[in-house]
Write a protein that binds this ligand. Structure first.
Ligand code: FAD
Length: 388
C-alpha cells in the first residue's frame, strides 16, 4: 500500500525537526521520517551544546535566520518548560595584528562587528586586556587582541531543541516515523519516496538528511557536498572559580590561519568539564564510514596546540570525546533551495559546520515557502545556482 501525504520531511535532525514543527504549526498534513531515532549520535547534531551568535561574521544574509531561531527557541521553552538557549554571552576574539579568517570569511571579528551594527545587535568591542579583566577563564592574552562580545549570544542545547520540536510537531498532528530509511526519491508529478518499509507519495518533500544528502540525492550534491570528521573534547577542570555565571562561549583565533583557532563553552551548570573543539577541512570521510572512535592521541594534540595555557583550570585529563560530521559546500555557506531538477523537492544542506544556530529559523522560512509560495527572509544567498 502506498501512503499519501502533502509533505514529507526526510531526516529529522536539526533542520528536519525544525521544518516538521513549523509545517505542523501551519496545520499541514506532514510525515517526518528518520533512519535513526533523533536526537542521536550518528549525524551532526550531538554533543550537548552549539554556539549561537546573532551577529554572524559569515555574513548579514544569515542574521534574520538566527534572530528568528532565538525567538522560536524562547517560544518552545515556554511550550515545553525545557531550557534550550543559554544567553551566557559569546566572545569572538582574534589576534592584535593581522586579520584572521574563519569559516572561509576574512577578518571574522571585523565582519561580526559590521553585522552587529547593521542589525542593531547589542555588542561591545573589547581588547585583550579588557577581556582578561572581565573573563578570567582566558589566559595568556597579549592585551592587544581584538574581540567582539555579544551578551545575548551563548549556546543552545541541540539534542533538547530537536526533541522539543519533534514533540511539538507530533502534538500538532505531524506523523513522526523513526527507524525508517528513505532509499530513493523520484518525482513524476508527485514525489515517490521508497523507504525500507513501503512507499510514500507526497506533494512536496524536504530533504534534510545532513551528511547523507549526497548519497541519497546524487548529482549535483555529490559534487558540492564534502563531509569532514570533527572531534569534540571535554577536559576536566580542577578549579571553577574563573567560570562565573557570565563566562561566555567563545571562538578564539590565536594565530594567522584558519586552523589556528579553537572554540569552546563554559562548564554546564553543575559540571566540572570544559568542552572545546577546532575544525579540519583536509581529511574527507562519509557518514557511513567515519571513524566514530576518538584516539586519546587526538585529545592530547588538541590540548597541547590550543587549550594549554589558554583556559583557566583546564587539565589534560579527557573526560569525554566524540566525533561529529561537518557537511561543507565549496564556499562553506548553506544550500536552502529547490532541487535543480525536481521542483517538488526542497533541499537543506547540513550547513557547513555553522548551521545549528540558524536551524529553527530555517525551519520557519522553509515551511512558509512551501505552504505559502513565498518567504519573508531572502534565501538568495543560499541558492544552489551560485555553484553553477
Ligand atoms: C562538532 C560540530 C560542532 C558544531 N558547532 C556548531 C556551533 O557551535 N554552532 C552552530 O550553529 N553550528 C554548529 N555545528 C553545525 C550544526 O550542528 C549542523 O549544521 C547541524 O546540526 C546540521 O543538522 P542537520 O539537520 O543538517 O543534520 P543532522 O542533525 O545530522 O540530521 C540529519 C538526519 O537525517 C537522517 N537521515 C539521513 N539519511 C536518511 C535517510 N536516507 N532516510 C531517513 N533519514 C535519514 C539522519 O538519521 C539524521 O537524523 C557543528 C557541527 C558539528 C559536527
Amino acid at each position: 500500500m502506498t501512503e499519501q501525504a502533502d509533505f514529507v520531511v526526510v531526516g529529522l535532525g536539526a533542520m528536519g525537526s525544525a521544518v516538521l514543527y513549523q509545517l505542523a504549526k501551519r496545520g499541514a498534513d506532514v510525515i517526518g521520517v528518520d533512519r535513526f531515532a533523533p536526537p542521536h549520535q550518528m549525524g551532526s547534531s550531538h554533543g550537548e551544546t552549539r554556539i549561537t551568535r546573532q551577529a554572524v561574521g559569515e555574513g548579514g544574509a544569515y542574521a534574520p535566520l538566527v534572530l528568528s531561531s532565538h525567538r522560536i527557541w524562547r517560544e518552545l521553552e515556554g511550550d515545553t518548560g525545557e531550557r534550550l538557549l543559554s544567553d551566557c554571552g559569546v566572545l569572538v576574539m582574534g589576534p592584535g595584528t593581522g586579520s584572521t579568517s574563519h569559516h572561509g570569511k576574512p577578518d571574522f571579528v571585523a565582519r561580526s562587528i559590521e553585522v552587529a551594527r547593521g542589525f542593531g545587535i547589542v555588542h561591545e568591542v573589547l581588547d585583550g586586556a579588557e577581556v582578561a579583566r572581565r573573563f578570567p577563564q582566558f589566559l595568556g592574552l597579549a592585551g592587544n587582541e581584538k574581540a567582539y562580545y555579544e551578551p545575548d549570544g551563548g549556546y543552545v542545547f541541540p539534542e533538547r531543541c530537536i526533541k522539543a520540536q519533534l514533540m511539538r510537531a507530533a502534538q500538532l498532528g505531524a506523523q513522526v516515523r523513526t527507524g525508517l530509511e528513505v532509499r530513493s526519491i523520484s518525482q513524476q508529478g508527485s514525489v515517490r519516496i521508497e523507504t525500507s518499509d513501503g512507499t510514500i507519495e507526497a506533494g512536496q518533500v524536504v530533504v534534510s538528511a545532513g551528511s547523507w544528502t549526497a548519497p541519497l540525492l546524487g548529482a549535483p550534491f555529490d559534487r558540492l557536498l564534502t563531509v569532514n570528521r570533527q572531534v569534540l573534547h571535554w577536559y576536566e577542570l580542577d578549579d571553577l572559580t574563573a567560570y562565573g555565571p557570565n563566562a561566555p562561549a567563545f571562538i578564539w583565533m590565536h594565530g594567522a590561519t584558519d586552523v589556528d583557532y579553537f572554540y569552546g563553552f563554559p562548564p554546564l551548570p553543575g559540571d566540572h568539564r570544559v568542552k572545546v573543539a577546532t575544525e579540519q577541512y583536509e581529511t574527507r570521510t562519509t557518514a557511513d564510514t567515519i571513524n566514530r572512535e576518538v584516539d586519546p592521541v587526538e585529545s592530547e594534540a588538541m590540548y597541547r596546540k590550543h587549550v594549554q595555557g589558554r583556559l583557566a583550570g583546564a587539565k589534560p585529563r579527557v573526560a569525554h570525546a566524540a566525533a561529529c560530521l561537518y557537511t561543507v559546500t565549496p564556499d562553506r555557506g548553506f544550500i536552502i533551495d529547490h532541487h535543480p531538477r525536481h521542483d517538488r523537492v526542497f533541499v537543506i544542506s547540513a550547513c557547513s559546520g555553522h548551521g545549528f544556530k540558524h536551524s529553527a529559523g530555517i525551519g520557519d522560512v522553509v515551511a512558509e515557502r512551501l505552504t505559502e509560495g513565498h518567504n519573508q527572509v531572502d534565501l538568495t544567498a543560499f541558492s544552489i545556482a551560485r555553484f553553477a
